[in-house]
Design a protein around this ligand. Structure first.
Ligand code: AP5
Length: 210
């Protein structure tokens, strides 16, 4: 199973990818998480990418395409994977095609912009394994610690109102055109992301297995 998660920032891509990854036993590849790791480790890629992430802009296509090429070559991707946050531009989608990757389904999670602010401002992320929570909608059973690995939960630096606004603008102008791109290819599954995490995963699984 090779899947792409599409949707605005905060639509629930990472949350649903986590559930699907557990169900299908395939890894989630989040370009955002890989880039945040590079920033934390102060690698040259991380230092260059930080400027874009802090502004809520996309990291240049060539950088992200190289990251994905390298990651898809790893052994754990042999039986499938879930791409969370890639592709995000038509150029990236065409680069994936050029790599010979055949995607089974593209899951587009649709959420109104109004809900995004509420979701992102209450998001907490595990500082170690990257698991995602929400202080009200999807709290950790261990309070301020991750229920998966026990590490501290933190807020993401780009989850502030100004950067969220810029990420939404970037989504509408540069990423939304991918919906038509994959609709034309015939592998797009559109689901509403407005409901509980459990309701959305049930709908998503039905859409993927249809
Ligand atoms: P990235 O890390 O990919 O962030 P994003 O796309 O902005 O998406 P998010 O992680 O914010 O949201 P999500 O849809 O995963 O929602 P989540 O499940 O967490 O990218 C960050 C940055 O990296 C980009 O801005 C860019 O600069 C760069 N980048 C990354 N990829 C790139 C690429 N390909 N090209 C160029 N640049 C790239 O859910 C959000 C919150 O809502 C959580 O708290 C969750 O618990 C809660 N929630 C989820 N589902 C529900 C529900 N059904 N009901 C209630 N609450 C819910």
């Amino acid at each position: 199973m090779k899947l792409i998660m599409l949707g605005a920032p905060g639509a629930g891509k990472g949350t649903q990818a986590q559930i699907l990854s557990d169900k299908y036993g395939i890894p989630t590849i989040s370009t955002g998480a890989i880039i945040r790791g590079a920033i934390k480790n102060e690698t040259p890629t991380g230092k260059a990418a930080k400027i874009y992430i802090d502004r809520g802009e996309l990291v240049p296509d060539d950088v992200v395409i190289d990251i994905i090429k390298e990651r898809l070559d790893e052994d754990d991707c042999k039986n499938g994977f879930i791409l969370d946050g890639f592709p995000r531009t038509i150029t990236q989608a065409k680069a994936l095609d050029a790599m010979g990757v055949e995607i089974d389904k593209v899951l587009d999670i649709e959420v109104d912009d109004g809900l995004i602010i509420e979701r992102l401002s209450g998001r907490r992320e595990c500082s170690s394994c990257g698991a995602t929570y929400h202080i009200k909608n999807n709290p950790s059973q261990k309070g301020e610690d991750c229920e998966r690995c026990g590490a501290k939960l933190v807020s993401r630096a780009d989850d502030n109102p100004e950067t969220i606004k810029s990420r939404l603008d970037v989504y509408h102008s540069q990423t939304e055109p991918l919906i038509a791109f994959y609709k034309e290819k015939g592998n797009l599954a559109e689901v509403s992301g407005e409901g509980t995490v459990e309701q959305i995963s049930e709908i998503a699984l039905k859409a993927l297995e249809a």
